[in-house]
Design a protein around this ligand. Structure first.
Ligand code: SF4
Length: 371
């Protein structure tokens, strides 16, 4: 918050109808979403914050499944509007699952100022969706997309997951083509990772399924990079692609190290010096708000070493690149020879094959800088 103004707000909505097989997010699995008590708890949290310095350019409702709030998304946005300035061209995004999108709900979201939707699709193959324990069908993705367009949403992002186990015989190229056929403005692609305590990790422990080999990850990633590039998408961040002018403004704020405030259970905040995060469990967060206790689980002040590694890691993960020191440029010269990076005007910009090695490349610069 270098100029004293808070421009980015994240609101965590923890509810999901069921847990996807790969998911370890901070969620609360509920058949019936307790909308009233959730909105009341958000009100209590907002009342604890000094919002006088907020001039919001982006608001992002993430989860969980924010679309489980249905038309009450408007109640959440009104809580914010009643307390904070929001710029007239603010990007207001909600994450939605296809099975929650109806005409009346989409119309209500637009009326309440939502202008960007991140639609969780993951795959168009019925057997894959079933394996992932997704709550929606393949057909519902296209229907939800059309419904959102009819409601007037002209900025839609879709998510797909790649690098699935070989035994699923997933046709990744077909999924990429299907998603392109919908003509979204933005795409987020994530490689499947095996997190502890998920159904997927249990299946792997039991030997029911094997993780995809590294080569599968690389070939899926490069196929998407090439096809989406040919369709006019800019691969602007390691996992994100956008048509010109359609990058996610909210997520870009994280990647440029801007300050942000997060509300809701498990939400993180960063004021430029201190990072803090709320307690994870929904009921814990709610009860603490009710009884006047702190909801901050922990806070840390960034050390010099933290700042160095964040500067390097955040810089390398987008095509805006890392504004580098002379020493860093010397270290990156071999990456250029290997085709992993380009060095332009003192900036190191990773290529797609460089993105595949992001962690290792960032670690080598960080290690050298901390010596
Ligand atoms: S919908 Fe999203 S947050 Fe909810 S269980 Fe599935 S992956 Fe996790």
């Amino acid at each position: 918050m270098t100029d004293g103004v808070m421009r980015h707000l994240y609101i965590h909505v923890p509810f999901c109808a069921r847990r996807c097989s790969y998911c370890d997010f901070a969620i609360s699995v509920r058949q019936d979403t307790p909308v009233g008590s959730y909105v009341e708890s958000l009100r209590l949290e907002l009342d604890r914050l000094d919002t006088s310095g907020w001039a919001l350019d982006t608001i992002y409702l993430g989860g969980g499944t924010p679309s489980r709030l249905d038309e009450s998304v408007g109640d959440v946005l009104r809580l914010v509007r009643d307390r904070a300035a929001i710029s007239t061209d603010a990007e207001i995004t909600i994450e939605a699952n296809p099975d929650d999108v109806t005409h009346s709900v989409a119309d209500a979201w637009v009326r309440d100022g939502v202008n960007r939707i991140s639609l969780g699709s993951q795959s168009f193959e019925p057997k894959v969706l079933e394996w992932m324990h997704r709550t929606h069908s393949a057909d519902q993705i296209g229907r939800a997309f059309a419904t959102l367009r009819q409601a007037g949403i002209d900025n839609i992002s879709l998510d797909l997951i790649f690098a699935l186990p070989e035994s699923l015989n997933r046709d990744w190229a077909a999924d990429v083509d299907q998603v392109l056929g919908l003509h979204p403005e933005h795409l987020s692609l994530y490689g499947l990772t095996v997190e502890p305590h998920t159904p997927l990790s249990r299946w792997i422990d039991r030997g029911d399924v094997d993780e995809a080999p590294e080569e599968r990850y690389e070939s899926d990633f490069m196929l998407a990079h090439q096809r989406l590039g040919a369709a006019g998408f800019e691969h602007y961040e390691v996992s994100n692609f956008a048509l010109p002018g359609r990058r996610s403004r909210h997520n870009s704020s994280y990647w440029t190290g801007a300050s942000y405030v997060g509300i809701g259970p498990s939400a993180h905040s960063f004021d430029g010096a201190i990072r803090s995060w709320n307690v994870v469990a929904y009921t814990d967060w709610m009860r603490r708000l009710d009884s006047g206790y702190t909801i901050v689980a922990e806070a840390e002040t960034l050390t010099g070493e933290n700042r160095l590694s964040e500067r390097v890691y955040l810089g390398l993960r987008t095509i805006d690149g890392l504004r580098a020191t002379d020493a860093e440029i010397q270290l990156a010269r071999p990456w250029q020879d290997a085709g992993w990076a380009e060095i332009r005007n003192g900036t190191i910009v990773l290529t797609a094959t460089g993105f595949l090695r992001l962690d290792a490349l960032a670690a080598s610069l960080t290690l050298a800088g901390s010596r």
